[in-house]
Ligand binder design. Structure first.
Ligand SMILES: Nc1ncnc2c1ncn2[C@@H]1O[C@H](COP(=O)(O)OP(=O)(O)O)[C@@H](O)[C@H]1O
Ligand SMILES: [Mg+2]
Length: 234
């Protein structure tokens, strides 16, 4: 695994509330993301995983800390710079897909901000196993298929990094496994993936595993025995 740092998050703090009811969603979190790695962040509900991922994606703002991406601290970005960063530098995959229900599958993939071109959308939909479904609407697809549309949408950008928040969380086991297999392939093709989940078994397919608890990193380990997505059971 190459060891080029592509994201360096330093000492991130994010709180909600104040005084006696203050919650530290992130309590001095420092995490590096390395080029081409498959990083899985595990932790129970409320441990700060989504908050952290949203910070990396530039869709939430920190109280303090720094997030260096290609030498720029995105925490210091103004609105315009952040919009461009979100559009061009990161792909997002969410638990509940976040597709636009009034648009076809094809339109969902081509109308995403920062998307590439139309021909690319067709090949990406084929790539995720949805050839022939281009003119369907999200509601006509299963959950697993909708998540694959979301992945195609995220891939229809120039970004090198894919951020996945509980991508199997709303899926049955078989569909969840299909999604993991697809992420494994995408990683093998060179994409950097950061996946956060409360399903600790998914950590088996990671190159590196970080455990969060109560807004803190409590463990960080290189996975010595990476298993195939096919072998992940939960
Ligand atoms: N918008 C919000 N308002 C208040 N508290 C929040 C908000 N978002 C997250 N939190 C709190 O921050 C903590 C971390 O949340 P989150 O990052 O969503 O955890 P996870 O994704 O690991 O389940 C939790 O205690 C949660 O209740
Ligand atoms: Mg979450």
């Amino acid at each position: 695994m190459e060891k080029n740092v592509i994201i360096e998050a330093k000492d991130l703090v994010k709180t909600y509330g104040e005084g006696e009811t203050i919650t530290y969603a992130l309590n001095h979190v420092s995490i590096n993301v390395y080029e081409h790695e498959f990083l899985v962040i595990v932790g129970g509900s409320g441990s700060g995983k989504s908050t952290f991922l949203n910070m990396l994606g530039g869709i939430d703002n920190v109280d303090s800390g720094e997030i260096f991406v290609n030498g720029d601290d995105i925490v210091k970005f103004n609105d315009k710079e952040l919009t461009l960063y979100r559009r061009d530098s990161v792909g997002f995959v969410y638990q509940f897909f976040n597709l636009i229900n009034d648009l076809t599958i094809y339109q969902n993939v081509i109308l995403a901000p920062g998307s590439r071109n139309k021909a690319k959308a067709y090949s990406l939909l084929e790539r995720v196993g949805l050839k022939g479904k281009e003119q369907k609407f999200p509601r006509q697809l299963s959950g697993g298929q909708q998540q694959r549309v979301a992945i195609a949408r995220a891939l229809n950008k120039y970004s090198e990094i894919l951020l996945c928040d509980e991508p199997t969380g709303a899926l049955d086991d078989a569909s969840g496994k299909e999604v993991l297999k697809l992420l494994e392939e995408i990683h093998n093709e060179g994409k950097t993936i950061v996946l956060v989940t409360h399903t600790k078994e998914i950590a088996g397919m990671a190159d590196r595993v970080i455990t969060m608890k109560d807004g803190k990193v409590v463990k960080e380990e290189i996975n010595e025995h990476v298993i195939k997505a096919e072998e992940v059971e939960w």
